[in-house]
Every structure is written in C-alpha cells, then in structure tokens.
Design a protein around this ligand. Structure first.
Ligand code: GDP
Length: 365
C-alpha cells in the first residue's frame, strides 16, 4: 500500500516500501523444541552419521537430571553401545596452570593432522559450585575449537563426583558411536577425580612442571601410581635444563613403585605445549603403550574391569538415590541426624533403623 506520507502534501519526501518483519521465533527455542521431537532411533541415526548437532543434543539429555530425559538418554546409549569402544581413551590431569589446555590444543592438532577425530571431555566436580566448568571450555583450546573433527564438551555439572563421572563415561559411548577415534578426558589434578578418570581411560597422562626443586612433594602418591606417562611441560627457553632434571627425579621416584599390572614401565618425557616441542614423542609413547598392552592382553582386561566397575557404581548410585528419595527416609532423615548429634543414638544404630524402615516400606509396595 502507498504510504500517506507520499501524498503531494509532503513533496520532497519519499517513503519506500518497508521490508517484511523479522521472524519473532527465537532460533534457540526452535532448536529446543526440535530436540524433544527426535525419537531415540532418530538420535542414534544422527549420531552414527556423525552429526555433531545431534550428538550435542544427545549429550545434553545424558547430562539432564530430568527423569524423562534420562529415559531417552539410556535408550540412545544402549543403541549406540554396539558401535562404541573403538577409540583410544586418554586421561589427562595436572594442577591448574600446568598447561592442560595449551597441551590439549597442541596434542589435538597433532592428532587431527594424522587424520584422527578427537573428542575432548572433562570431569570437574567443582563445576556445580562455580556454575560452569573451568575444564573443557572451548575458549581454552583456541585452535582445536575451530576444527570440525574436534568435539569439545565442558564437564557436566552434577552434585556428586560419581554423577559427573557416570555422565562423562556415557558421553564417551556416544562420541565413539559418532566416529571419534580418540577421546581425551581432562581433569584437574587436585582431588578424587583422577580415580574416576582412571576408571574410564586406557592411558593416563600426568602433566607436571619443573620448578622449585620440591616437585615430587606436591603430587599425591596415588596419582603418580596411576600414571602411564608423566610429561614435564614448559621445557622451553631457560626452563629446559630444569625440566630435564625434574624428569630424572621423576624417573628415580617411579623406580620405588611396584611394577604396574599392565607390565608397562611408565615413561617420563619433557615437552613444550606452547612451542609444540616433543609432541610427537608423547604420541609415540601412547601408541607404544597401546600396542604393548593389546599384545599382552592387558588392554582388554582393563576395559572389562572398567565395565564391571561401572556396573557396580551404577548399582550403588541407584540404591543410594532410591534410599534418599524414599518418602519414609526423607521424613526421618533430619530427626535421626539430630538424635545422633544429641548422642541419643549411635551412628550405626541410626543407620540400621533407617534402612530397616526403608526395607519395610519397600516390602509393602
Ligand atoms: P591449565 O590451567 O592447566 O589448563 O593451564 P594453561 O594451558 O591455561 O596454561 C597456564 C599458563 O602456562 C598459560 O599462561 C600458558 O600460556 C602457559 N604455558 C602453557 N604451556 C606452556 C609451555 O609449554 N611453555 C611455556 N613457557 N608456557 C606455557
């Protein structure tokens, strides 16, 4: 329709025909609606085709606390399982500042150059508190995040370490089904999370720094014992000699540990993630380990042990959840806790009483 402003009255003024209004639908909302529209089989089909958007959406379902999402997620995982297991899974740990993100960027680019497809996942149980994981964040891995053959996913945030770890383990299955042949699971080297990562990877890499001369004191013995390779980062510039010295100290320390079940003597290497020096040697070591443990049978033995471990973990999780979400238990919990604090009843008796009432309640159902 002609604009009234174009009438003779307003000579010299010309109002053009307008453009159509922009669509008001928020594209993000549209995506969310689409997600729930996929059936589990459609998810699986998309994942097997290597569709990253569908993979991401499936991972979101795995991470969701909602019951209906969990049901779909479990169905997807089950259908993906026959296509999983074909990657090399590598755990990477190191204290904040050790250079994990810089190194993962460098390792990842090296692997992509060899035609591999890499998924970078993370376990960071502290992420619940800080509302957002510091690990696995795309912005930390500048080069990798631009690559289509790299899939980077921050740590799921959930209450317990067990919960976070289970989700990451399930995400590995989906990534493998989507064709990723290498999976990194990153964690901060400060707590229990190493054990969780160790229980889902084939090779465990510990990033260390040379420095103050008391390097070995800062590391928990348990973490060093888990490592299949210790790599000393920042071996560049003035730091090269210090890094070499640290490496020989680590080698000496490792001699004091018993021979690992794998039969593999952990190696200690120096490198620079920033300047990309010594990266190839690290992957030669990983490949050597994989070949060695495949030959002596340990690779499959460990994977079987891990599968068993996760079955029991899952049983424990489910039992714990069922117990704490039981209405009888929920109604008694605070009161019983107070009785224990008042010394009216011992911790063990209190626990037994609640479990008895829980079992009674179950048997009535
Ligand atoms: P993260 O906290 O373990 O992920 O550590 P970052 O990768 O963020 O690295 C911490 C700091 O160390 C950054 O300032 C990096 O630039 C630096 N850095 C990492 N790798 C190297 C390296 O190989 N050489 C040197 N000189 N600095 C490095």
């Amino acid at each position: 329709m002609e604009h009234p402003e174009n009438a003779d009255l307003y000579k010299g003024l010309k109002v053009n025909k307008g453009v159509a209004d922009a669509p008001t639908v928020n594209p993000y909302l549209k995506k969310r609606i689409q997600r729930t529209e996929y059936t589990p089989s459609e998810f699986v089909e998309g994942i097997l085709r290597g569709n990253i958007t569908i993979l991401s959406q499936a991972v979101t379902l795995v991470e969701s606390a909602k019951m209906e999402h969990q049901q779909i997620a479990q169905e997807i995982i089950e259908k993906c399982l026959p296509f999983a297991g074909r990657s090399v899974r590598i755990g990477i740990t190191g204290v904040p500042g050790a250079g994990k993100s810089t190194s993962i960027d460098a390792f990842g680019m090296h692997l992509l150059e060899q035609g591999r497809k890499l998924a970078v996942l993370a376990i960071d149980p502290s992420s619940e508190r800080s509302k957002g994981s510091i690990l696995g964040d795309k912005t930390r891995m500048e080069e990798l995040s631009r690559e289509k053959n790299a899939f980077i996913r921050p740590s799921p945030s959930a209450g317990s370490l067990g919960g976070v770890a289970r989700k990451t383990r399930e995400t590995i299955v989906l990534c493998e089904a989507a064709g990723f042949d290498t999976v990194f699971v990153e964690t901060v080297g400060v707590g229990q999370s190493e054990t969780a990562v160790h229980s889902m990877v084939d090779f465990f890499l510990l990033i260390q720094l040379a420095g103050t001369g008391d390097e070995l004191q800062g590391i928990k013995r348990g973490i060093m014992e888990m490592a299949d390779g210790i790599i000393i980062n920042k071996a560049d510039g003035d730091n090269i000699e210090k890094a070499r010295l640290a490496a020989s100290q680590f080698r000496n320390a490792l001699h004091l540990f018993p021979m690992p079940d794998s039969g593999w003597t952990p190696k200690v290497l120096t490198y620079s993630g920033y300047y990309k020096l010594g990266i190839k040697e690290i992957w030669d070591m990983v490949n050597e380990y994989i070949a060695f443990t495949k030959k002596n049978g340990y690779f499959h033995l460990k994977r079987n042990e891990q599968a068993k471990y996760w079955m029991y973990e899952s049983v424990n999780d489910t039992l714990r959840d069922t117990f704490y979400h039981n209405p009888v238990v929920e109604s008694l919990l605070k009161e019983t806790e107070q009785k224990v604090l008042n010394n009216e009843v011992s911790s063990f008796i209190a626990a037994k009483q609640m479990i008895d009432l829980f079992l009674q309640d179950l048997s009535r159902k």
